[in-house]
Design a protein around this ligand. Structure first.
Ligand code: AMP
Ligand code: GLY
Length: 424
């Protein structure tokens, strides 16, 4: 069969790698992809939001299955557009992807169906939001309602900071129209865990857990980023926590979406915080995480095409999801200065060290071919150096060994990805 993957980051690289392992797949295309993805897929020069062009490409090239990796096209309704043309596609429809597209929607859903999450209020009037803050406890969390590249969340320590935050989200539109509405939420403490779940509209099957590192600098300092590295599984996601989440979060979310007439098919990303009062939902995303996919998919033992087909056909209950009994760590190599200002266009060396080494992966996030055919840096997050190991400690040592083998000017990375596991 022929598969088209839509997206261009490390997540889509990991998806293409998993799809390439399937004996059912003869040919993979990726639109628009990146230089690393070219190892598995033919790159197609169409952007993820060009729905009509993607549909035409899928028809002209007899694509059997399209997998949507990114949030923007999902929230924008790409699945509906493909389905209307009779094309087979994996991801939630627009009316279900809203679970990521609107934080106000997801908070209301959780409240209505008793899914544990932080206390909150939604606002579409900045004056009312400012008034509410006067009597609220600090710290407090402000969230732009819409998509904001994972950056639309402000954690404010003081009333002044919170007032500034409301102004920058709702009046100055720091995150554009994502800030037309906002959520003001109780500040929670605890460890964070990400759990990606396959969903067929009725059945939900959680994958192995992962833990992201969102801050730019060692010791969880610096600005929030799209993610500087992560590991899987999380030792803090115990059997007890898992059982609680299965009973109180995953199945309840599926049932809630169904009850709302918004059956969710695709991958539901549940961002959890393990608070002193038990696990609570921080956020939902309507897709694989990035870089969560990079540590979860290398451990997936099933043929991903079987699982995706089961999701689309409503037969996920027939699938027994299996993950390798090992661990995986991904360290992001970024351009120094990310997430603010950084230079790009630098040649990357040492990539050949990963070739044909089992359990070592170099997922490309922001790379491209230059006019000489060399692979150069092309973004804030550049590469995800990923390694498996029998234990998390071994995987971490393996990942950092390989971090030293690949180089480019202004290479920047955190040195403490997975350090938390020492406390487990
Ligand atoms: P989100 O995009 O909603 O996951 O938020 C991004 C990050 O902000 C999360 O990964 C947390 O680290 C932090 N965060 C979000 N909501 C809260 C909250 N209610 N309390 C504490 N931290 C939060
Ligand atoms: N790693 C967080 C995300 O994919 O949104």
């Amino acid at each position: 069969m022929k598969v088209l993957v839509v997206g261009s980051g490390g997540r889509e690289h990991a998806i293409c790698m998993a799809v390439a392992k399937s004996s059912q797949v003869d040919k993979i295309y990726c639109a628009p992809g990146n230089a690393g993805i070219a190892e598995y897929a033919e790159l197609v020069d169409i952007k993820a939001m060009e729905f009509d062009r993607l549909v035409s490409f899928a028809k002209d090239n007899c694509i059997d299955l399209t997998i949507i990796g990114m949030d923007d096209p999902l929230v924008g309704g790409i699945v509906d557009v493909f389905e209307a043309e009779g094309l087979r596609v994996f991801g939630p429809r627009k009316n279900a992807a809203i679970i990521e597209g609107s934080k106000a929607f997801s908070k209301d859903l959780m409240k209505k169906y008793g899914i544990p999450s932080a206390a909150y209020e939604n606002f579409d009037d900045p004056e009312k939001a400012l008034e509410y803050l006067e009597t609220a406890n600090m710290p407090i969390v402000l969230k732009a309602d819409g998509l904001a590249l994972g950056k639309g969340v402000l954690i404010c320590q003081t009333l002044e900071e919170a007032k500034e935050g409301v102004k920058s989200i709702m009046l100055d539109k720091q995150f554009g129209s994502a800030g037309n509405k906002m959520v003001i939420e109780e500040f929670m403490t605890g460890r964070e865990v990400s759990v990606l779940c396959f969903c067929d509209g009725t059945t939900i099957k959680p994958m192995t857990s992962a833990q992201d590192h969102k801050r730019a600098k060692d010791g969880d300092q610096g600005l929030n980023t799209g993610g500087m590295g992560n590991f899987s599984p999380s030792p803090f996601y115990t059997e007890e926590v898992k059982k609680f989440c299965e009973e109180n979060i995953y199945s309840k979310t599926m049932a809630a979406m169904k009850a709302e007439g918004r059956d969710f098919t695709g991958v539901l990303f549940v961002g959890l915080m393990l608070t002193p009062d038990g696990p609570k939902v921080l956020e939902y995303n309507a897709r694989f995480g990035d870089p969560e996919a990079q540590v979860v998919l290398p451990r997936l033992q099933n043929d991903i095409i079987d699982v995706i087909n089961a999701c689309i056909d409503g037969k996920l209950d027939k699938i027994d999801l299996k993950f390798e009994d090992n661990a995986c760590v991904c360290v992001i190599l970024a351009s120094d200065g990310y997430p603010l200002k950084y230079e790009k266009g630098f040649k990357i060396t040492g990539m050949e060290n990963f070739k044909n080494v089992p359990g070592r992966y170099l997922f490309h996030a922001g790379t491209k071919f230059n006019e000489n055919g060399d692979i150069v840096t092309n973004g804030g997050r550049v590469l995800g150096v990923t390694a498996t190991g029998k234990t998390l400690k071994e995987a971490r040592a393996n990942a950092y060994e390989y971090v030293d083998l690949v180089d480019f000017k202004n290479k920047y990375y955190r040195h403490d990805i997975g350090k938390a596991i020492d406390e487990a």
